[in-house]
Design a protein around this ligand. Structure first.
Ligand SMILES: C[S@@+](CC[C@H](N)C(=O)[O-])C[C@H]1O[C@@H](n2cnc3c(N)ncnc32)[C@H](O)[C@@H]1O
Length: 243
């Protein structure tokens, strides 16, 4: 998974998501007077969120299933001059024998898990790794998003000259996107890569009920600014809860 794209994930601008999200998470944590000393970013990808946290003085760790993404995450941490510990694990089944104040899982990483049993296993692993007053924040693409926004072909030209073509098709509560990237090399020629990703979603009420069953409290659904809105309107929902 993400074998091909690991090298181009940040170049294609996907690392920007975490860069713009981290200040919003900080603002939210400040608003509830929550000051984490350490954090774990689950499905950390190229490690951008953990690097941002580390720069803010939080002892940050990341976890991902993809060795290629983790390799890039390690390079990014060295380049940023921060010390982030990365673990290669499945987010549905990990035991790091440690607890964290803050656990995050962002950029619809959870939607990569195809069954609700996997979502529940992931929640249970997170709960086990959270300190008693810990905070868990994740985002998910909603059913509305997969049904309404995943039936298209988009072509994007990046400022560096790279092209990204995404072809998505929705099957209702699951959707598939194939990314074809043409990355401009120094000699002006292009390198082509293709990778497909499947995403699955579930009703928000089902997700909230499961979090509460597992023992999470203060389960709240918001938009990316951590503001309460009509949940039916959300393409991407941000869910925060306490251990
Ligand atoms: C869309 S990327 C998000 C990466 C990062 N959170 C970000 O904001 O850029 C999804 C990530 O989920 C990871 N992933 C998918 N399934 C996983 C699993 N079962 N366990 C751990 N990581 C997984 C992928 O390898 C990929 O790095």
């Amino acid at each position: 998974m993400y074998e091909q794209f690991a090298r181009f994930y940040d170049k294609l601008g996907w690392g920007e998501y975490a860069k713009s999200l981290w200040p919003l998470i900080v603002e939210y944590m400040n608003s509830i007077n929550f000051k984490p000393e350490n954090m774990l970013d689950v499905a950390c990808g190229t490690g951008v969120l953990a690097i941002m946290a580390s720069r803010d003085g939080i002892k940050a760790e990341g976890l991902d299933i993809s060795s290629e993404m983790l390799e890039q995450a390690k390079k990014n941490a060295i380049e940023a001059g921060v010390n982030v510990v990365y673990h290669q694990c499945d987010m549905c089944d990990f035991d790091l024998n440690k607890k964290y104040d803050l656990i995050t899982c962002t950029f619809d990483a959870i939607n990569h898990l195809r069954t609700f049993e996997q979502w529940v296993s992931m929640f249970k692993c997170v709960k086990k790794h959270l300190n008693s007053s810990g905070l868990f924040i994740f985002d998910m693409n909603t059913l509305k998003d997969l049904r309404e926004n995943w039936n298209n072909i988009k072509v994007k030209k990046h400022p560096r000259g790279d092209y990204l073509i995404s072809k998505s098709i929705s099957f209702g509560d699951m959707a598939c996107v194939t990314f074809t990237a043409f990355i401009k090399k120094e000699n002006g020629l292009f390198e082509g890569y293709e990778e497909s990703i499947m995403e699955v979603s579930f009703p928000l009420e089902k997700v909230v009920a499961s979090l509460k069953d597992i023992g999470f409290t203060n389960v709240t659904i918001t938009n990316r600014h951590f503001k309460l809105v009509e949940t039916e309107s959300l393409d991407r929902a941000f869910i925060s809860c306490r251990a």
